[in-house]
Write a protein that binds this ligand. Structure first.
Ligand code: 9MR
Ligand code: ZN
Length: 548
């Protein structure tokens, strides 16, 4: 691979200096605390910053772990409940330093939420809010319809999707949905959150999501159909966003984008109502218009890149779950029985009812129904409840058989595996909410521990969080700004056994176990990109952990 663009810091060879793996953000005093050691040992101790032993115990041999290829010993130090800064030691190995305390997740919670602000397109980031990562306005010129170059429209705003500067409706709706459901389920943790972003007179999370919603509504055409994406024809080089001045195009309407827009606007309309009636009304109208479009267009209108375009495709094989989500949110918002009929008919198609997007969004539709105040069909309700329960039960078994305590099977380490990891934690959190099942909290926490360093590479997959953390994501501004410290709060895609890019194939030896197929290097888009919909489930999980 040509490293011309990516020679800032050749970082793929950076290895964790630690031999014992812990959650580098830390643990609550009363929570389960587990360190993972891929080496035989009997005794372990936990020392404080002065080196004094505060806890000691015997390790347990958890056994061979397929996803990592490690033979794992665990050190359970749940019995250590005092607050402070510690590290685990066994033999001649140590862990990273971590905290035990009541607020251990607040910093990373704020950072992962503020990451959305750093991804804003159009407005420019001023120094007061963005500090050293400030930059000028980007992508504000009017865009052209790909299929009718004479038609020009304003689609400025919204979040950059990922390491690239594209903006895609289904991806954006999914990320916004995770954030809005996080707010809906755990509002108290957001009430006081101060991110240092431009304020609009409501909790910061709502100001931030509003920035995306305003853009999403610009993607709706006069008939109610929604354009699939707004991107340049080709991915930009690794320059700052304001230097990416190629022509912006708006690509054709898809039924997935239209359904997801109806869904997210309906959801948002209810949530913003107490803060801003006019905005809520605007969302309501947009949602209704796209929902009407869906009824007039029962056929699937998919998306794949036209010739001459290489930006993200976000194609789907069908739009069943998207339509279901749209009708379910419309019913939740309006109580109109017509939508109830439509959501129930949508269930005639087979799609996963706990999937939380992007792509399959049945779980978001089920959640909309379960949480709504409208009259419910008990059978439908029970069906949705059971699916969430079964999903959690199944995941518990997988997690209990995994050396690192998570419900990820070896073949689930694919492009963006950290999204899979966080969506599993979301399912546990949702089960805690729906069934008041507190055993789920521990399982959700294990997944967060894994993301934050309790994994076989001993790395925190969130920039700016943890002693040994990723710092060189495939993220254009993070490279082009020339600043060594990466923009904080970005969740890396993570291990991907598929080795789906040339750089990954070059640096990861064949046969490497999937959970170890990772390199913290700008060059690897299939291992180390960031996206809004990998950050959003992480915010959801952190909100749950900081709250309920
Ligand atoms: O997240 C997407 C991943 O699941 C796919 O395997 C991959 C290849 O199609 O595309 C990913 O999405 C990318 C999108 O197309 C454009 N923006 C960056 C996204 C993350 O890599
Ligand atoms: Zn931009």
């Amino acid at each position: 691979m040509n490293r011309k663009y990516f020679d800032k810091t050749p970082s793929y060879s950076r290895k964790t200096p630690f031999g014992i793996f812990v959650d580098q953000a830390g643990y609550y005093p009363d929570s389960r605390k587990m360190a993972y050691i891929p080496l035989e040992c009997d005794d372990f101790e936990v020392t404080d910053i002065n080196g004094s032993v505060r806890f000691s115990g015997k390790t347990v041999h958890a056994g061979y772990d397929e996803a990592s290829g490690d033979d794992v010993w665990t050190a359970d130090f749940s019995g250590l409940t005092e607050t402070g800064t510690f590290c685990v030691r066994a033999g001649n190995k140590t862990s990273a330093m971590f905290h035990i305390g009541e607020y251990v997740y607040n910093d990373v919670f704020d950072k992962t939420m503020k990451a959305f602000y750093y991804l804003r397109c159009g407005c420019g980031l001023d120094e007061r809010c963005a500090g050293v990562w400030h930059h000028g306005k980007c992508h504000t010129a009017p865009a052209r319809l790909w299929e009718n170059r004479d038609a020009v429209l304003d689609v400025s705003g919204g979040w950059h999707d990922a390491g690239d500067y594209g903006r895609y409706v289904t991806a954006g709706a999914c990320a916004a949905a995770h954030l809005l459901y996080a707010f809906r389920l755990f509002p108290e943790v957001f009430e006081k959150q101060k991110l240092g972003i431009p304020e609009t007179g409501c909790p910061d999370i709502l100001s931030e999501v509003r920035y995306e919603l305003e853009w999403l509504m610009k993607m709706q055409d006069s008939e109610g159909g929604v354009y699939h994406k707004a991107t340049t024809a080709l991915h930009a080089p690794f320059v700052m966003p304001e230097e990416d001045t190629s022509e912006m195009y708006v690509f054709p309407v898809s039924s997935m984008a239209t359904a997801d827009l109806a869904a997210i606007c309906a959801l948002a309309s209810g949530i913003y109502e107490p803060y801003d009636k006019a905005f809520s009304e605007k969302l309501f109208k947009a949602a209704g218009k796209s929902a009407d479009w869906l009824e007039r267009h029962p056929e699937f209108i998919g998306f794949s890149n036209p010739e001459g375009c290489n930006t993200g495709g976000y194609g789907e094989r069908d739009d069943h779950s998207n339509r279901f989500w749209a009708y379910s949110e419309m019913y939740a918002l309006t109580g109109d029985l017509r939508y109830h009929g439509l959501l129930v008919s949508a269930l005639n198609e087979d799609f996963p009812l706990t999937a939380l997007g992007y792509g399959e969004v049945g779980g978001l539709g089920a959640l909309a129904y379960l949480l709504c105040k409208q009259a419910k069909d008990v059978q439908v309700e029970n069906r949705f409840m059971n699916r969430f329960r079964l999903h959690a039960d199944e995941m518990k078994k997988t997690a209990d058989n995994c050396g690192y305590g998570v419900a990820m099977k070896p073949d689930e380490y694919q492009w963006g595996s950290n999204m899979g990891l966080m969506k599993k934690a979301m399912i546990f959190a949702i089960n805690d909410v729906l069934f008041d099942d507190r055993s789920c909290r521990e399982y959700a926490a294990r997944h967060l521990d894994c993301l934050l360093g309790a994994n076989p590479l001993g790395i925190s997959y969130i920039t700016g969080a943890g002693e040994f953390r990723c710092n060189y994501p495939h993220l254009r501004p993070a490279y082009a700004d020339g600043i060594e410290e990466c923009i904080p709060g970005m969740v890396a895609g993570g291990p991907n056994g598929g080795l789906s890019d040339p750089f990954a194939r070059q640096v990861i030896p064949e046969g490497t176990p999937p959970m170890k197929c990772y390199a913290d290097d700008t060059a690897s888009y299939s291992l180390n990109e960031i996206t809004i919909y990998w950050n959003s489930p992480t915010v959801f999980v952190l909100a749950y952990m900081c709250g309920k």
